[in-house]
Design a protein around this ligand. Structure first.
Ligand SMILES: [Zn+2]
Ligand SMILES: [Zn+2]
Length: 289
């Protein structure tokens, strides 16, 4: 067992740090130096009749290594290696409600339903998304890919240009157990980009694979109902991605509104006036058909 007293990992058995290309997790020394298996994962048990057997060590390092590998393959940006939902400081009711929703998802995630965070820049959407990715890999043992939409599009474009087959490029994203797309809709929204996201979302929709996303673009009803929100937030994600993608997306990832001021801004910004229905988490009922 990992020592609950370990001051470095608090008994988790892992530590996270900012790697060169992405956030990375490593095994804490308290597990790596297990006296029974010396960090090898297997321990020797003497049986009757002079036989000995190698069994999985109760320190759990074998399973821990798998979860650490999942974290390291999730491609979380380096600066978000400390992300935790508990550490997200909610500054208004919207943020407090979304935090509670994500804690619930975190602690009892089953099935295929994801969540979509809609909000202006600088309210902590990436923090929450990467925190969920970290939890799902290190605690949940799930395969997760986190990707920024612009990077995803650029990477796929480069692959196509180099003659890599379309299926080979899209499959790892379309088929991953849990997908998290940040900055969804950002970019030029060309026909080609829409086609790529359509293929990914359609595949995940049909396969019932959970998708989480964050976006600076509005939930359609909100964009239509308000004219005085933040500039960045006036266009809807539906108009960016097209009706077909949006229709599926809102069914597979409940859209919620995460409002507030940009925490990066030094000057206090004017809080946009709130139209009815804009406060709190605003799940949009899925449209059928
Ligand atoms: Zn430790
Ligand atoms: Zn051990």
């Amino acid at each position: 067992m990992t020592s609950k007293q370990c001051p470095r990992c608090e008994g988790n058995g892992w530590l996270t740090r900012a790697g060169k290309n992405h956030a990375e997790a490593v095994t804490c020394e308290c597990v790596a130096t297990c006296k029974k298996c010396r960090g090898q994962g297997l321990t020797r048990i003497e049986r009757e009749g002079g036989f000995a057997e190698m069994v999985v060590c109760p320190c759990g390092i074998t399973d821990l290594r798998k979860r650490i590998e999942l974290y390291n393959r999730a491609q979380i940006p380096p600066r978000f290696f400390r992300s935790q939902i508990d550490r997200y400081q909610a500054k208004n009711d919207d943020q407090a409600t979304v935090k509670q929703t994500l804690l619930r998802i975190r602690d009892s995630f089953v099935g295929s339903l994801g969540i979509g965070l809609h909000g202006p820049p600088g309210v902590g959407k990436t923090h929450l998304l990467t925190a969920l990715a970290g939890w799902m890999t290190l605690i949940g043992g799930k395969e997760v890919v986190y990707t920024d939409f612009s990077n995803l599009v650029a990477r796929l474009r480069a692959g196509f240009d180099n003659g890599v087959g379309e299926n080979r490029l899209i499959e790892p994203i379309a088929e991953v157990q849990v997908l998290m797309i940040d900055e969804l809709g950002k970019g030029r929204a060309t026909e080609w980009e829409r086609g790529v996201i359509d293929r990914i979302i359609s595949h995940r929709y049909n396969a019932q694979l959970p998708t989480f996303y964050a976006t600076n673009y509005a939930i359609p009803d909100m964009a239509a109902a308000t004219t005085n929100v933040d500039m960045e937030f006036q266009e809807s994600l539906k108009s960016r991605l097209g009706s077909r993608v949006w229709s599926r997306l809102q069914e597979m990832s409940s859209p919620v509104y995460l409002g507030g001021q940009d925490f990066r801004a030094r000057q206090p910004a004017t809080r946009p006036s709130r139209a009815a229905g804009r406060s709190g988490v605003s799940p949009v009922p899925p449209k059928r058909g």
